[in-house]
Design a protein around this ligand. Structure first.
Ligand SMILES: [Zn+2]
Length: 248
């Protein structure tokens, strides 16, 4: 099977070459559109910041709840000690042993109360540190929200610009493809799909622009004489075109 084929009239290789330039430009815009930052990373960062804020708020709530429980327990210890002391000083108890036991109980209640008061103080310090952490976490959430909003707005703007560019290129392509033979267009599409987006390549300095294999002189002169002649490169199988002098 020969790579060299000649087909009927209406073939305009140059037009096909220009069509490919439009297709290449479209592919570039499509790739750029696909690579746009849609804010996914910023959205994940915002989720993280919100989770940290929630965790700190949960700790703040737990510390407050623990403080309230301790304060209730302290109040109850204080009331119990007051009852025992009132009993001691009422004169009702004359037994020294019983009085000594009551004195011990008052001392034990006071020790327990002091321990709980220490815990309340520690919790208050912890609450202050947690409030500071909550403020910082809240600021991070607001910053992450602003980042995301900025990125999403930029993304939407870039997508709209790319879509407009693609639509304009597609309109140009339709107009450009109109005069081209259907069989040739299908061959072009197959070649483009299998040859990395390049179906038609120029011969420059006697070599194929696609694979840099030397194109025989007789093929070059045939192409120069007859620009409608269809010939595939021996090296890469792409269609060869000799561009007009001003385009080389
Ligand atoms: Zn080639």
């Amino acid at each position: 099977m020969s790579n060299h084929t000649t087909t009927g009239a209406g073939v305009t290789l140059l037009r096909l070459y220009e069509l490919q330039e439009i297709d290449t430009a479209t592919a570039r815009v499509v790739a750029r559109r696909q690579a746009l930052d849609d804010g996914s990373a910023a959205r994940a960062a915002l989720d993280d910041a919100r989770a940290r804020l929630e965790a700190v708020r949960a700790e703040v709530a737990a510390a407050a709840s623990r403080t309230r429980a301790l304060e209730l327990e302290i109040a109850s210890l204080r009331a119990k000690r007051a009852r025992v002391e009132a009993d001691m000083y009422s004169g009702r108890v004359g037994n020294p042993k019983e009085l000594a036991a009551m004195t011990d109980e008052v001392a034990a209640l006071a020790r327990h109360q002091a321990q709980l008061e220490d815990q309340v103080l520690q919790l208050m310090e912890r609450a202050e540190a947690l409030d500071e952490q909550a403020r910082a976490a809240g600021a991070q959430v607001r910053a992450a929200e602003a980042d995301l909003a900025r990125l999403v707005a930029a993304f939407e703007q870039a997508v709209a610009a790319a879509d407009a560019e693609i639509a304009a290129l597609e309109a140009r392509r339709r107009a450009h493809a109109e005069g081209i033979d259907g069989d040739l267009l299908r061959r072009y599409d197959r070649l483009r799909a299998s040859k990395g987006g390049l179906a038609v390549v120029a011969v420059r300095g006697g070599v194929c622009d696609g694979c840099h294999v030397v194109v025989p002189e007789r093929v070059v002169s045939r192409l120069e004489r007859d620009p409608e002649h269809l010939v595939a490169c021996d090296g890469c199988g792409r269609l060869l075109v000799v561009l007009p002098r001003e385009a080389r």
